[in-house]
Design a protein around this ligand. Structure first.
Ligand code: F3S
Ligand code: F3S
Length: 105
């Protein structure tokens, strides 16, 4: 699967959302998260992110490895909604994301 990492925090450009054919990129409060089971690995989102926040699982930089877990933990309570558009924005972020200092511009 693909994961979204730290550069997305407080940026939330959302260009990625428009590219995803299965609508599996979900909006938290401080960043977006890719559903690990709904993502079909098409890779379309990765090149359009202006801050290069999206990585294939094997390519996530070491210092951001915890973000792979964040993309999983975000869905602990949500399960598999089967589409981000109908769910809309949520105010949730996994605890360590929530605790990050302000980022971005
Ligand atoms: Fe975030 Fe990049 Fe998408 S900043 S919202 S991962 S386009
Ligand atoms: Fe969608 Fe990106 Fe996966 S476009 S299917 S989240 S690789």
């Amino acid at each position: 699967t693909y994961s979204i990492a730290e550069p997305c925090v407080d940026v939330l450009d959302k260009a990625c959302i428009e590219e995803c054919p299965v609508d599996c990129i979900y909006e938290g409060n401080r960043m977006l998260y890719i559903h690990p089971d709904e993502c079909v690995d098409c890779g379309a989102c990765e090149p359009v992110c202006p801050v290069e926040a999206i990585f294939y699982e094997d390519d996530v930089p070491e210092q951001w490895s915890a973000y792979v877990g964040a993309n999983v933990d975000f869905f602990d309570d949500l399960g598999s909604p089967g589409g981000a558009a109908k769910l809309g924005k949520t105010d949730y972020d996994p605890p360590f994301i929530k605790a990050l200092p302000p980022m971005g511009e």
